[in-house]
Design a protein around this ligand. Structure first.
Ligand code: XBP
Ligand code: MG
Length: 236
């Protein structure tokens, strides 16, 4: 029996990357007098590294390695990332980022059936809680049994750690859950933890490899399988 559905956030609950996180990174770079500009295409390639701080570190290593010679580069990256997060939170609070189609409907159906709802994301905890509160209302957090986010685990997706952490918090095993993800990194993370995974590709992940997914849907509203293997969608 299905006991819980575990949702990814970025790309799955909402299209947060191109007009949200990307813009916030560029804002932070400007505040730190860095003339870096992550355009839409470059950002797409950087998304292969999950986690904002990890993404900045990767960019530095590849595009400005000399800057990593400074004292305590991780502390500096964390400061840049903090400014990025504050800007992103402001975008959320201005209502700039809406949930993807069908997300709200599925959450309501799960609640009605007493199926538990959890989050497994690499993004920062406040980003998740703020998105949920602004998109679903101030009491939204009560709907979520477990929120696994950001640095709660040290290895981010595609590592399975965040899914193991969430399963442990739920007190459930992998076969009692379904994960919903939008990216190959997310698919690898969830499936490595042994969790059946539905993929709803997002703006940046249309071309990724989802051959190992249990089900690929264009979105959660019009449930049209893009390719599918034996999978009991009735359980949803
Ligand atoms: C999301 C991420 C995050 C966001 C930015 O990946 O990789 O890093 O891009 O958020 P997933 P932070 O959807 O696979 O969890 O800057 O807060 O890390
Ligand atoms: Mg995602």
């Amino acid at each position: 029996p299905l006991s819980a559905v575990i949702f990814d956030v970025d790309g799955t609950l909402a299209e947060t990357e191109r007009d949200g996180h990307r813009v916030a990174f560029n804002y932070a770079f400007k505040q730190f007098q860095l003339d870096w500009q992550w355009d839409v295409k470059l950002y797409g390639s950087l998304l292969h590294v999950s986690g904002g701080k990890e993404r900045i570190h990767f960019y530095l290593k590849n595009y400005a390695p000399a800057l990593l010679n400074r004292n305590n580069p991780d502390e500096w990256i964390a400061q840049i990332h903090q400014v990025k997060t504050e800007y992103f939170l402001n975008l959320l609070k201005k209502g700039k980022i809406a949930l993807r189609p069908g997300v709200n409907r599925l959450l309501n159906q799960l609640r009605k059936r007493n199926i538990r709802i959890a989050i497994a994301t690499t993004t920062t905890y406040e980003n998740v809680t703020t998105l949920l509160q602004y998109a679903l209302g101030s009491d939204a957090l009560a709907q979520f049994d477990v929120i696994g986010a950001g640095d709660i685990v040290s290895r981010k997706k595609p590592a399975a750690d965040i899914y193991h952490w969430v399963l442990n918090q739920l007190g459930l095993s992998a076969q009692d859950c379904i994960a919903i993800e939008d990216s190959e990194n997310g698919l690898i993370a969830a499936s490595t933890a042994g969790i059946k995974t539905i993929i709803t590709p997002s703006e940046y992940t249309q071309q990724q490899n989802f051959a190992k997914a249990d089900l690929v849907l264009s979105n959660l509203e019009n449930v049209v399988p893009l390719h599918n293997k034996p999978f009991n969608i009735q359980t949803l």
